[in-house]
Design a binder for this molecule. Structure first.
Ligand SMILES: Cc1ncc(COP(=O)(O)O)c(C=O)c1O
Length: 400
């Protein structure tokens, strides 16, 4: 019987070392729990970077997947299929969108949005050819493609991948005045995360997005909200934009849209922006395939019908309050919204990784980010007694 160490050795020998995973080899999952090949159980507090909001192997999504997989999986967009229209209808109704463009990964959705707003800029706004600018924020995370890393401020993500795609301006996150100052007649879009996830769950000041919305409208700049991580219930609302009562012009979703089973992403917009894309100008062999659509349709139904968004709001608030009550001299700050939470440690506490390792020993899987922060983002199906159990482990580790 191979042991964890054997799998890890083979991965290390044959795989590119573009990740530094914790030393667990998982073999099954159900709800919030996963199990390694030695039979140890863990509470998953990462949820595959929020792609497993509905919990591991959700039975309803599994059923939708297997039923569709036995019928029709891939047609390409050269033909219609009988799932895509229903996916459009249900997603548009759920999110109040007029147009949908299906892709696969989050990064593809981001790339799609950049292409679409550039085209909108030239064809609708009247920006001179080749001059379109998109404003983005420092410490952003939007994916790993060349154009996206071109406007990253993380040297690890960006270094030695040039030459870089031009046409981006970087401003501080959470600073509406900086946005207004950066806008020029050639600005076509402002691409921003409602809460910066990979940066360590950075929540902007209250009122920021209200002002951003107003500034973008006044300057005819497309507001593109990357809700790939914050969307679909993670922050206690269907979309995080609802916390400030605003509406983006373009919304990007991915991750949990596939219910943890299948990569599905989408660009949601009004007709003006997505309407600029004509046949032959954008696409993907797998985007909008019937298997993806069937999975996503069920994943959305599960979120709504099982009250996962409300659960995220309620237990997120409880989790945050209880975390704030932990008396530990290594904690600098605890923050979060819904079940998107983070503990930031004092710089002199020696790095977050040691706490992640200690939590793993106690059966809780979480991920360190940016050296001094641990992100906590369990599946939204988590129950109160499971939150209490997680809190016990966290308290034990941080007060040891
Ligand atoms: C906000 C945000 N945008 C985009 C992405 C990229 O998504 P993917 O890894 O599916 O390409 C991520 C992934 O973590 C993300 O958090």
């Amino acid at each position: 019987m191979p042991r964890s160490a054997d799998f890890i050795e083979i991965e290390s020998r044959l795989g590119a070392h573009n990740y530094k995973p914790l030393g667990v080899v998982l073999t099954r999952g159900q709800g919030v729990w996963v199990e390694d090949i030695e039979g140890r159980r863990y509470l998953d507090c990462l949820s595959a970077y929020s792609a497993v909001n509905q919990g591991h192997c959700h039975p309803r999504i599994l059923k939708a997947l297997t039923e569709q997989a036995g019928r029709l999986t891939l047609t390409s967009r050269a033909f219609h299929n009988d799932q895509l229209a229903l996916f459009y209808e249900e997603l548009a109704t759920l999110t109040g969108s007029h147009k949908v463009l299906p892709m696969n990964s989050g990064a593809e959705a981001v790339e799609t949005a950049i292409k679409a707003v550039r085209k909108w800029g030239y064809e609708v706004k009247g920006v001179p050819a080749g001059q379109a600018e998109v404003i983005v924020c420092a410490d952003n995370f939007h994916g790993r493609t060349l154009s996206i890393v071109s406007f990253s401020t993380d040297e690890e993500a960006r270094g030695n991948f040039g030459p870089y795609t031009p046409g981006f301006r970087i401003i501080p996150f959470g600073d509406a005045d900086a946005l207004e100052a950066a806008i020029t007649p050639n600005t076509v879009g402002f691409l921003v995360e409602p809460i910066q996830g990979e940066a360590g769950v950075i929540i902007p000041p209250t009122g920021y997005f209200k002002r951003v919305r107003e500034i973008c409208t006044r300057h005819n700049v497309t507001l593109i909200l990357d809700e790939i991580q914050t969307g679909l219930g993670r922050t206690g609302k269907l979309l995080a934009e609802e916390h400030e009562g605003i509406e983006a012009d373009v919304t990007l979703i991915g991750k949990a849209l596939g219910g943890g089973f299948y990569p599905v992403s989408a660009v949601l917009s009004n007709t003006a922006v997505l309407g600029t894309l004509k046949p032959g100008q954008h696409g993907s062999t797998f985007g909008g395939n019937p298997l993806a659509c069937a999975v996503a349709r069920e994943a959305m139904k599960v979120l709504v019908e099982e009250g996962l968004i409300e659960n995220s709001a309620r237990l997120g608030e409880y989790f945050l309050e209880e975390l704030r009550g932990i008396r530990s001299n290594v904690i600098q700050e605890v923050r979060g919204r819904g079940l998107m939470l983070a503990i930031q440690f004092h710089p002199e506490a020696g790095g977050a990784r040691q706490y992640v390792e200690a939590l793993r020993q106690r059966g809780l899987l979480a991920k360190d980010t940016h050296e001094h922060t641990i992100r906590l983002a369990p599946p939204l199906v988590i129950k109160q007694d499971e939150v209490d159990w997680a809190l016990e482990q966290i308290e034990a580790v941080l007060t040891e």
